[in-house]
Design a binder for this molecule. Sequence first.
Ligand SMILES: NC(=O)c1ccc[n+]([C@@H]2O[C@H](COP(=O)([O-])OP(=O)(O)OC[C@H]3O[C@@H](n4cnc5c(N)ncnc54)[C@H](OP(=O)(O)O)[C@@H]3O)[C@@H](O)[C@H]2O)c1
Length: 208
Amino acid sequence: MRIAVIGKGRVGTALAPNLAQAGHEVVYGVRDPADPKYAGGDGIPLKTTREAAEWAEIIIAAIMWEAVDGLLDECGDLSGKILIDCINPYDFMGGLKPLIDGNQSAAQLIAARTEAAVVKTLNQVGAPVMARARDYPIRPLQFVAADDEAAKRKVMSLLHDIGFDARDAGGLDYAADLEGMARLWIAQAFAHGMAPDTGWALIGPGEA
Ligand SMILES: NC(=O)c1ccc[n+]([C@@H]2O[C@H](COP(=O)([O-])OP(=O)(O)OC[C@H]3O[C@@H](n4cnc5c(N)ncnc54)[C@H](OP(=O)(O)O)[C@@H]3O)[C@@H](O)[C@H]2O)c1
């Protein structure tokens, strides 16, 4: 699949090489591909955010919540595309206070602003897990929430390609729960000494 990873930050640079290694066509969408700060690294091509979004079938918004309005304005019409929302709308420097109304999720607010099929996932663990999910002895868990069932299946397949145990969380009304899982994970990593490469896993009585 053609995948645009928007944002060459921690999540973007964890996901893009893993997706490319899994055989997908991947580009970064950045504000200015000529800016030297984006040069070097993993050899994955750079496009402008707009060009990357136009080219891609799947767009991963690996940006902070505060940058969402700017991203959607830059991208224009995203009809027929899938937008993966990995955003956790919390104040990371301010006690993980929610940046949006507690009854809503970032995913639902984004879905109200775009024609793309919005899929919530890749928000529940830290970037180090996303980079190396296939190296774990048990596939790390990643729940997926979306209202568009076909889009959800495609994204679950993509997650499997990069090493995750992808599970259907239900419709986009479950996105808030996935954001809450992330808040718990972040609190564990920030304040309770949990290693940043720790993932979630589901286990049954017959499994090791
Ligand atoms: N870090 C984690 O472990 C982790 C885990 C799960 C989920 N998340 C979520 O993933 C998102 C990204 O986190 P991060 O840690 O990767 O953030 P980050 O390192 O700060 O990177 C964010 C990137 O977004 C770029 N950006 C902002 N607006 C853009 C636009 N319109 N077009 C292109 N690029 C744009 C920024 O580029 P500039 O340099 O040009 O500003 C920056 O490189 C956040 O919402 C976070 O909550 C993070």
